[in-house]
Write a protein that binds this ligand. Structure first.
Ligand code: LFR
Length: 492
């Protein structure tokens, strides 16, 4: 079998990367060829993504491929969910897209539930966890605020689809990314026309839905001119980064849950069918689309965002390496103070450190002050939050969850992996840390007929990537402190 090459453009809420993947005889290799920040731009108090910066970085990545003379089979783009770009009738982008961290949608769900459709009806229609930034609420808010571009938007394209369009000139709506919008019917996987009508929209405002593995088009003349590349095909991969990551979970059987650990911690299971019931409504679990036709029954937990934001603040004084941070954490006393990582005050506070401190103060716990104390508070609280949500997940699963696979960048945090194994009382298997890019590449290889179904893909990954297992060693001690965590758990 000859060598084949794929370019994965993988953009998260903090940074983006271009990863070159190679497959040969069932063996897999990867190399990072570009990495770039994905800054949130604050203009007059609105938060935007810089679409043109991302476009330029993709061009730079393609040029790097050209310089190396690599014959690409295809290109695929995945990004974070829910956000979208508005395009006019002439196909031009109308404005920079809002970032889901923008606070203008904080009260929007309540407005929507009071005036349009109840919370329960909204959930039962879509099966999507209620979060203020879901596309449904962003669109509703734009309409309510009489945003000038809303009435003249011809097409809304989700971020990976918008970027693929800028490369090819072709518009599609990839299914997994669209599933994050809260605009789809999870059972028939099409737009819910009633919901669209409530927004003054119709299916005409979106490009046709395609499923992962579908070719979108070839690089346009402009892109070929700018990069020197041939018209390489762009494939609709699982455009939602989390969906791409889940493909790359190296599970051997079905008795597992996954935790995709990055800016967010997405904890869930694979389900054949959507699970949209009173219970999932009460527990606020989401049913997002999987790349292989399965459903990702999962919950968003505020993840590395907490520590990333604190680290930015610490670094204003002096740089702190990741190793130092963990060393400080290990030195700090255990089980002192806990937060609910998902309390609303942590969504986008001015100072994350102060937000954590005020939570501890208000709940009558010792206030963490040093780097180590704050980091320990974050990591232990996350581990307990995983335990809490995993218990809910077990109630929803029709099988016994025996292992937790931690994938994504956060899986490199062995301190947190150990905490998590102890907190949940089951083995944690960590890796691959590049799950998202791997899932992206594998979907392209599948489209090219080089790999088979998801079982085959997972086998290739297990054969190639070293994984690390963490066995719970102090579960009883952690169990004893779980009650403290629950005792101090609050929503705000
Ligand atoms: C992770 C992620 C989550 C989504 C959040 C916001 O990067 O895609 O799955 O809920 O970002 O889009």
């Amino acid at each position: 079998e000859k060598r084949t090459y794929y370019l994965a453009i993988d953009i998260g809420a903090t940074s983006g990367r271009a990863i070159l993947g190679t497959l040969e005889n069932g063996r897999f290799e990867m190399e990072e060829i570009n990495r770039f920040p994905n800054p949130i731009i604050d203009i007059h108090g609105f938060l935007y993504w810089d679409l043109f910066h991302l476009y330029s970085e993709i061009i730079a990545s393609l040029k790097a491929v050209k310089t190396r003379g690599i014959p690409l089979t295809s290109i695929g783009i995945d990004t974070w969910g829910v956000d979208f770009v508005s395009f006019g009738k002439d196909g031009e982008p109308l404005r920079m897209p809002y970032s889901y961290r923008d606070t203008h949608t904080f009260d929007t769900p309540e407005k929507f539930f009071t005036n349009i459709l109840s919370k329960k009806r909204t959930y039962l229609k879509t099966g999507i966890q209620i979060m203020n930034f879901n596309s449904l609420f962003q669109l509703f808010e734009q309409r309510e605020r009489h945003t000038s571009i809303y009435p003249v938007t011809d097409k809304f394209l989700f971020i990976p689809d918008a970027l693929s369009y800028l490369l090819t000139g072709n518009m599609v709506t990839e299914y997994t990314i669209a599933s994050t919008s809260q605009l789809l019917n999870p059972f028939d996987r099409t737009f819910d026309n009633d919901l669209l009508a409530e927004l003054g929209l119709s299916e005409k405002n979106f490009a046709p839905i395609v499923f992962p593995g579908t070719p979108i088009g070839a690089l346009s003349e402009t892109i070929c001119r700018l990069t020197g590349l041939d018209p390489v095909p762009v494939i609709a991969v699982a455009g939602h980064d989390t969906a791409s990551a889940v493909i790359a979970t190296p599970a051997e059987n079905k008795n597992f849950a996954y935790l995709s650990s990055g800016t967010w911690s997405l904890i869930g299971i694979e389900s054949k069918e959507p699970v949209v019931t009173e219970k999932t409504f009460a527990l606020n679990f989401t049913n997002e689309g999987g790349a292989d036709g399965s459903i990702r029954l999962l919950k968003n937990i505020c993840g590395m965002w907490l520590i990333e934001r604190c680290r930015n603040e610490w670094e204003q004084e002096k740089p702190i390496s990741y190793e130092e941070l963990i060393k400080e954490t290990e030195k700090a006393p255990a089980f002192r103070s806990f937060i609910n990582p998902d309390a609303s005050r942590f969504t986008n506070p001015k100072s994350m450190i102060e937000a954590i401190q005020s939570y501890c103060r208000e709940t009558g716990q010792p206030v963490p002050a040093t780097v180590g104390e704050i980091a320990r508070c974050i990591f232990e609280s996350l581990a307990f939050r995983y335990r809490q949500v995993l218990a809910d997940l077990q109630q929803l699963a029709d099988f016994r969850i025996k292992t937790l696979h931690i994938i994504g960048g956060g899986s490199q945090n062995n301190f947190l992996n150990r905490c998590t194994a102890n907190a949940i009382g089951m083995p944690v298997i960590a890796g691959p840390s590049e799950a998202t890019a791997i899932g992206n590449i594998m979907m392209q290889a599948k489209a090219a007929g080089i790999v088979g179904d998801i079982k085959d893909i997972r086998r290739v990954i297990r054969d190639t990537i070293p994984l690390h297992t963490f066995i719970p060693e102090r579960h009883d001690e952690w169990k004893a402190h779980y009650t403290d965590y629950i005792h101090h758990f609050q929503e705000k």
